[in-house]
Design a protein around this ligand. Structure first.
Ligand SMILES: [Zn+2]
Ligand SMILES: [Zn+2]
Length: 373
């Protein structure tokens, strides 16, 4: 899609969240000129993330109305005045395939300036999440024919030859886990890693840990999800606990693999608060517990706090990702696709079938849904 065809015209369709827990609207907008230092991108794919389900239901406080979609891939439509390259300084031109980081950190708050932790930025602006159509650029989400990318966005040119569906398979989960596993709590070759959860975040955790040389046990479900993971080559061992509810069998299998000690590292990727207690019993004494899945507030949960001290667990949280983690994810993509069938995890829906796609995601009927413009 090097030039806008008649399908695009001067208008752009976009999926708008006007009210929580109400049907989404497919609305037409005029296509604005690109901002200086930014660009307009013709979206090809906009990914659906678990967070989007929470957004549509009002589980997160976000301003409305809002064009949804915080992960996407598309082609440069028009570069704004002064924009010449991507985040790595490589030249950009209309027609180039790009991905972009969902968030822009403010650069001036305490987290940005003093902690040097831009994921914790108090003023983070996130496409498809806190960019209402009524202030700034209205087309600020990827579930649309076009998105306007502001100056300061980390835009990365995607190498020709990259399978765009493979890139989209872990578009949000991949960089999230690069942040978690590269910076917050690294794993090493020879370790046994348990991943709780078999959604995109769990599969990203498993694939990246395998790439690091760990032996990875995926604890999740339902069976079809684990079968899809197995078919993609993700995970060395798969333990079904969702439909069976059989945690004891999982503890036994983890013990059998680890000489009765438990995993070196357990990574929580379920988003289910109760998974925390289960996860502490899967880690060995002196092991580590990396909690990534609890991105929305699922409420309090009971767990035996003694287990943290008895096992001398190092418990680490990890929140979101930055543009640097997206760049790292794209750099790793050839190694990931050489080993895993990432594109096979993706189901494509036309933009106009967003409601059907969301229902499929909610029902767990697909691993990763993407909308095609
Ligand atoms: Zn996401
Ligand atoms: Zn900040």
């Amino acid at each position: 899609m090097n030039t806008p065809g008649p399908r695009c015209g001067p208008k752009a369709r976009a999926v708008v969240l006007n009210d929580f827990a109400r049907p989404l609207a497919l609305t037409e907008f005029d296509l604005p000129a690109p901002p200086d230092g930014g660009m307009t991108v013709a979206c090809r794919y906009g990914g659906i993330c678990g967070t989007d389900l929470h957004l549509t239901l009002g589980h997160l406080e976000v301003p409305l109305p809002l064009v949804l979609g915080h992960e996407g891939l598309g082609t440069v439509h028009r570069l704004g005045e002064g924009t010449t390259g991507d985040a790595l300084g490589r030249p950009l031109a209309a027609g180039d395939t790009v991905m972009w980081a969902s968030s822009i950190a403010c650069g001036t708050c305490h987290a940005c300036r003093m902690l040097r932790e831009p994921t914790l930025c108090a003023g983070r602006r996130t496409y498809g999440v806190n960019r209402p159509t009524t202030t700034g650029q209205p087309l600020a989400g990827a579930w649309a024919d076009f998105i306007t990318l502001d100056p300061g966005t980390t835009v990365v040119r995607v190498d020709p030859g990259t399978d765009p569906l493979a890139a989209m398979s872990l578009a949000c989960a991949g960089p999230t886990m690069v942040h978690a596993l590269w910076e917050r709590c690294p794993t090493r070759a020879g370790q046994v890693v348990v991943v709780q959860g078999s959604g995109p975040v769990g599969l990203a955790a498993a694939a990246l840990a395998q790439l690091c040389g760990a032996y990875v046990i995926v604890v999740g479900g339902p069976p079809a999800r684990l079968e899809a993971a197995r078919a993609a080559g993700i995970g060395d061992q798969h333990l079904e606990v969702v439909s069976s509810g059989d945690l004891d069998a999982a503890y036994t299998a983890i013990g059998a693999r680890t000489g009765g000690r438990g995993a070196d590292l357990v990574i929580e990727c379920t988003g289910v608060p109760q998974a925390l207690e289960q996860g502490t019993y899967m880690a060995r004494r002196g092991g580590e517990y990396l909690v990534v899945g609890q991105y929305t507030d699922g409420g309090s949960t009971w767990f035996n706090a003694h287990q943290i001290v008895y096992r001398q667990l190092r418990v680490t949280g990890s929140w979101a990702f930055t543009g640097a983690h997206l760049i790292e994810y794209l750099r790793l993509l050839p190694a990931l696709t050489a080993r895993f069938d990432l594109a096979g995890l993706v189901t494509v829906f036309p933009l106009g079938e967003v409601e059907q796609a969301l229902r499929q995601v909610a029902a767990g009927g697909v691993i990763k849904a993407v909308l095609e413009s």
